[in-house]
Structures are given as structure tokens and as C-alpha cells.
Design a protein around this ligand. Structure first.
Ligand SMILES: C[S@@+](CC[C@H](N)C(=O)[O-])C[C@H]1O[C@@H](n2cnc3c(N)ncnc32)[C@H](O)[C@@H]1O
Length: 633
């Protein structure tokens, strides 16, 4: 080990030569000091009495005591400095004391036998030099070398105080350094437990169902090792070995496909990845959005609390969201729900609309709108002014879109059913466009556990391809000269870089007439500007990422663009209006805006319509049952 502390602990006795050398060194040093102070002579009597005083003092002052009294001594010295005469006198006196004491210590022919012996015993008695370890295993006393031998030789006084104090500090620093070194050496030399299973253990594991408790423990241990690989990894094991085992364990413990487990794992540090996987095991809190077209959040909260709903505002970043903890009534069937005062909506879904920031009287396109959570929010923020085009390529899904639009009382909305890649051919010149793109859903695993095993590599090629086409269409459908907007918001409920930063970066490259701008969102992590060797435009940091483990919201991604100039693919405002009129005509001719499209004749819709009719009548003070016979006539 070679460290001083270790030497003291182990107590290896010095050889006779070593001991003699030490003794000689000590003698020389003390003699030198004695010589320096020998200039002042003292009478034999006073020498004797002072020597006695010194001897007593020597016994009292241990190395430790000196350390403790250091501060007091320094203060004392300051006082002494103020009185030079007194100081000189005291110095001389003390130096004489030391000189006398040292002289006596080394004077074998001292007349005073007792005093001389006492002095010698103090410093050179072998029994004091060594502390014997009586418990030595071999039955022999094991001598321990004393640490304080040199310090005990010197007496603290005004003259040597500063140097002594400095020396103690140096010794302390050295000791601390050595202790640290010793710990380091110990941790390096100590064999580290290998938490990775052996070949035999792997064979055993293969024949049995996984012991989930053991798997979980190993996951935690491997994560710990990966966080401090240099100090915690077992000898001869590579980082790859640990990661491979961890990914296998994550798949068997959480139920992910190896492909998706690795994709997600690569987004975070090992510890954060584990947090993400764990957060997906717990559903996000139920949240609702107040429909400000019909009520205020305060009034809605009061009404729901009165019905036994336990709730609270979602957070400072939204003035319309409420988080539901528990409820004595079904939250999707209260009279407030049926009256369209709120919509059940994940908190993360508010974010792209907040970023879009739609203004009154604008023309806005929601490119992929069904079932309408965001469309109805846009409509509310615009206070039912202007026009919101709510498009979705899936006709079946437009039913729920229309149902929500009706229930929430959005009267500024037109529903359409195009493949959004057709825009701006269908219609363009919008002030703002929201593209809440179809995605793999890796951000909503807490809601849809099937994502864990159903997503394949193909999905992460095909879906981003569609997303890129849709985003270019969105950019080309916005009016670069819009007085109030010229804004495009791209969002996904996926955390995969292929669907987020890579798509946005592609759009920036293909459409130099757009730039990324601040999202205006109070929460969210910065988007990646590079990922696994791939570099993105630096402005990607303006985009925002959301994770279940950081904000307790679904995994989400939001990017906000500003269109700064027209592109060859744009349609101007006039042709957009013409296209809009043409599209309407076409839709009417094809019977799209008719009973066969998003009609309300199915059972589910009828049920809701009947209920809301009844509520409407009750509000007017009419008994709904009393009106029935009349309608039958
Ligand atoms: C994430 S969801 C939209 C959710 C919606 N924005 C909301 O807040 O309720 C994606 C939607 O994109 C639609 N979609 C898929 N491909 C499309 C396309 N090529 N054009 C337009 N919509 C498409 C899907 O039918 C789906 O409803």
C-alpha cells in the first residue's frame, strides 16, 4: 500500500537500523534547534526550574492538542505582536526553555538523574516509542510505530507557532490525500461482483419462466454499473455485454419487442430510460379540457366537485385543464359533459394548440383532425370566429370528429375528408395549419400497451415517409403573407427521432422558406440537434419533447414553423378561395356533405342527441316526457 495511514495501522516495526537512523535524525534536528537558541545563557538554577516547567508542558501538549489550540495560539500571537518588547522577552524566555529542555534531553551526564530520566523516558523509552498490540495472532507482541514522535518533541511557542501551524496543515492535507488514495486503491483491488449471469445460469434461465423479481433487481444493478462503468464494472466485462443483458431484461420484464426496447433505450441515459419504461406502466392521470365556448373552468370545477369529482388544475401552463383524481360519477357521462362543457383530453394534446396560438377571424386547417380534441380547442380559442377546416383521411373517424364538434358547440368548423397530402391542391392560403400527424404512438404506451410489441422497423420507415409528405403539404398550404399568422405546427405522440426531429429537419431542407420559431410553451425539453451521429439543423433545439417520466404527460413532440416566403408549391389566396368553393361543390355533388357522410342516425349518436335534447328542454323548464305524445301525433 505504501500509504502513511496504512503503515500506522499495520504497525510494521522498524528494523534496528531504521530505528537508529530515525533516532539520529531526530537528535540532529533537535540539536540544531538547541544551537540556534543557545545564544541566551541562563543560570543553572533558573535552567533547572525552567526545565522542570518545560517537562511538564511537554507532557501536556500532544499533537492533537496543538491542532485544537492552533487558532487560540494564533490569536495570542496577534496580541503579542502589538507589544514588541514583551514579545521579544517572551520569545527569548521560551527559546531558552526549549534549549534547556533539549539540552537536558540529550545530556546523558545530567546531574539531576530523576529529571534526566524523566526527560529520556518522555522521548526515547522504547515502550513509549512502540505501542504493543497484545492481540497479535502469533502470540508475539506486535509493535505499532508511534505517529506523534516528532511533534511531541517540540513545544508550541510564539516563535515556532507559525511554522508549526503550517506544518500541521501540510500534514493534514497529506493525510487526507493519502486516505483518498488508499480508498481508491482498495476499491481498485477489491474484486467487483459480476452481476451478469454465467453460462450455466443462462442455460437454467432459458428453461424456466423469468423470475421477475430477480430480473428487476438485475435491471437496477446493471443501470447502476452503466452509470459508473469505470468503477463498477466487473473485470473483463464490456459495456456492450451489460447493455445487451439489460435490453433482454427490459424486454422480459416490461414486455417490449427487442427492436423497440433498443430504440427507446437509445434516447436516454440508462437511468432515464428505465424511468421512461417504468412511467409507461402507470396510466397518466385523467384530464379534461374546459370548453370555454360554454363555460369557465372555475364554474365547471365547482359543478363537478359538487357531484363528487376530486380534481385540481393541471398546471400553471394551462388555464383550461383539470386533472381528475377520482369521481363518484362517470366522468364521460355527466350532464356537463353532455352539454359540451368539457372534453376528455390528454394534457399533452393541449400543447400543439397552445403552440399554434390561433387568432380570431383566421382561416385555420387542422390537417389530421379526428376525433377533434384539438379542432374543438382551436375553435374555442378563436371564439367561434373565422373558419376551422377539420380534415381527416379516415371517414369513419370523422363521425366522432363531427360528434365532438356538435357537442362542444363549435360553429366555425367545416369537416372534410381528404388525404391531407392533397393539400394545397384542395385548398391553401391558410393563416395557420396544425399537422397532428399519424404516428407510431411510442409516446402513449401507457395508454396503448400493444405498441410495445407491435411496432416494427418497417413502421419507422413508412410512418416518417408519410409524415414528411404531410408536413411539406402543410407548409405549402400556408399563406406566407398572412397578416396574423403564416404558422405551421407539427406534432406527434411519438418520442422516436425518426418521426420528430428527422421529419422537421427534412422539411427545413426541402423548404428553405420556413424557419423554426419558439413554441411559446412553458414546459418541455429541447429537441435533439444531433442524434447518434446524425446532425440536425441547430434550430431544432426550439422544438419541444415531452415524456411521461418528466411531466407526467404522454410522450409528445411539438415543432412550430413560421413561413417567411412563398414557395413554387404555394397557392395564392385567390386560387385557394376558388379551390375552397370548388371543393364544396364537389363534395355536395358527391353527396359527401349529406346524410351518408357523418350522419347522426346510428345508435350511439341518437343516444347522445336524445340526451342533449332532454337537457335542452329541461333547461327551458319543459318536461321532456310531456312533449313525447305530441311528437307521436
Ligand atoms: C394523431 S391522430 C389525430 C388526432 C387529432 N388531431 C385529435 O386531436 O383528436 C392522426 C389522424 O391522422 C389521420 N390520418 C392518417 N393519414 C392521414 C392522411 N394522409 N391525411 C389526413 N389524415 C390522415 C388518422 O385518421 C388520424 O385520425
Amino acid at each position: 500500500m505504501g500509504s502513511r495511514r496504512a503503515k500506522n495501522k499495520q504497525g510494521a516495526p522498524p528494523s534496528l537500523d531504521e530505528f537508529q537512523a530515525r533516532k539520529e535524525k531526530k537528535l540532529n534536528r533537535t540539536k540544531e534547534k538547541s544551537k540556534r537558541s543557545a545564544s541566551t545563557e541562563e543560570s543553572a538554577d533558573s535552567r533547572s526550574s525552567k526545565k522542570h516547567k518545560k517537562d511538564n508542558k511537554s507532557k501536556e501538549h500532544s499533537h492533537k492538542q496543538k491542532k485544537e489550540s492552533k487558532k487560540a495560539a494564533v490569536e495570542e500571537a496577534e496580541e503579542e505582536e502589538q507589544d514588541e518588547e514583551v514579545q521579544v522577552e517572551e520569545e527569548n524566555e521560551q527559546q531558552e526553555e526549549i534549549s534547556e529542555a533539549k539540552k537536558l534531553l540529550f545530556d546523558d551526564d545530567d546531574e539531576d538523574e530523576d529529571e534526566g530520566k524523566e526527560g529520556l523516558e518522555d522521548e526515547f523509552d522504547l515502550e513509549q516509542e512502540y505501542e504493543y498490540d497484545e492481540d497479535a495472532e502469533d502470540g508475539h507482541a506486535n509493535p505499532m510505530f508511534s505517529d506523534d514522535e516528532e511533534a511531541d518533541l517540540e513545544e508550541l511557542n510564539a516563535a515556532n507557532m507559525e511554522s508549526l501551524s503550517k506544518r500541521i496543515d501540510e500534514e493534514d492535507a497529506l493525510e487526507a490525500e493519502e486516505a483518498e488514495q488508499e480508498l481508491l486503491e482498495a476499491s481498485i483491488n477489491q474484486p467487483r461482483a459480476d452481476i451478469l449471469p454465467t453460462e450455466e445460469e443462462l442455460e437454467l434461465m432459458a428453461d424456466q419462466p423469468p423470475d421477475l423479481t430477480a430480473v428487476r433487481t438485475r435491471i437496477l444493478e446493471i443501470v447502476k454499473v452503466l452509470e459508473d462503468f469505470r468503477n463498477l464494472a466487473a473485470e473483463g466485462r464490456s459495456r456492450t455485454e451489460y447493455i445487451d443483458r439489460l435490453l433482454k431484461d427490459i424486454c422480459s420484464y416490461f414486455g417490449y419487442s427487442p427492436f423497440l426496447a433498443e430504440k427507446i433505450f437509445n434516447l436516454f441515459s440508462p437511468a432515464e430510460a428505465l424511468e421512461f419504461f417504468e412511467a409507461n406502466e402507470v396510466p397518466r392521470p385523467i384530464s379534461i379540457r374546459t370548453n370555454t365556448l360554454k363555460t369557465r373552468r372555475r364554474d365547471l370545477a365547482q359543478a363537478l366537485v359538487n357531484k363528487g369529482v376530486n380534481l385540481q388544475p393541471i398546471g400553471a401552463w394551462t388555464k383550461v385543464g383539470l386533472q381528475i383524481f377520482d369521481s363518484q360519477v362517470p366522468i364521460g357521462a355527466t350532464s356537463e359533459y353532455l352539454a359540451g362543457q368539457y372534453i376528455l383530453q390528454a394534457a399533452s394534446s393541449f400543447l400543439p394548440v397552445v403552440a399554434l396560438d390561433p387568432q380570431e377571424n383566421e382561416r385555420v386547417l387542422d390537417m389530421a383532425a379526428a376525433p377533434g380534441g384539438k379542432t374543438t380547442y382551436i375553435s374555442a380559442l378563436m371564439k367561434n370566429t373565422g373558419c376551422v377546416f377539420a380534415n381527416d383521411a379516415n371517414k369513419a373517424r370523422t363521425k366522432s370528429l363531427i360528434a365532438n364538434i356538435h357537442r362542444l358547440g363549435c360553429t366555425n368548423t367545416i369537416v372534410c375528408n381528404y388525404d391531407a397530402r392533397e393539400f394545397p391542391k384542395v385548398i391553401g392560403g391558410f393563416d395557420r395549419i396544425l399537422l397532428d400527424a399519424p404516428c407510431s404512438g411510442t409516446g402513449v404506451i401507457g395508454k396503448d400497451q400493444s405498441v410495445k410489441s407491435s411496432r416494427t422497423e418497417k413502421d419507422f420507415i413508412q410512418i416518417p415517409h408519410l409524415q414528411k409528405q404531410l408536413l411539406l403539404s402543410a407548409i405549402d398550404s400556408v399563406d406566407a403573407n398572412s397578416k396574423t399568422g403564416g404558422v405551421i405546427v407539427y406534432s406527434t405522440c411519438s418520442v422516436a427521432v425518426e418521426e420528430d426531429e428527422a421529419v422537421v429537419d427534412y422539411a427545413l431542407r426541402k423548404r428553405p422558406n420556413v424557419k423554426l420559431v419558439e413554441s411559446g410553451l412553458a414546459i418541455g425539453k429541447e429537441g435533439f440537434t444531433s442524434f447518434r451521429g446524425k446532425k440536425f439543423h441547430p434550430s431544432l433545439k426550439l422544438t419541444r419533447r415531452y415524456y411521461p417520466h418528466t411531466y407526467n404527460v404522454d410522450g409528445f413532440y411539438v415543432a412550430k414553423f413560421q413561413k417567411i416566403g412563398p414557395s413554387p408549391h404555394d397557392d395564392n389566396q385567390a386560387s385557394a378561395r376558388e379551390k375552397e368553393a370548388a371543393a364544396r361543390e364537389e363534395a355536395l355533388e358527391e353527396g359527401i356533405i349529406n346524410d351518408d357522410f357523418a350522419s347522426f342516425d346510428n345508435d350511439e349518436d341518437k343516444k347522445y342527441m336524445e340526451k342533449s335534447k332532454k337537457i335542452g328542454l329541461l333547461k327551458k323548464g319543459v318536461n321532456p316526457k310531456a312533449t313525447k305524445p305530441a311528437s307521436k301525433k
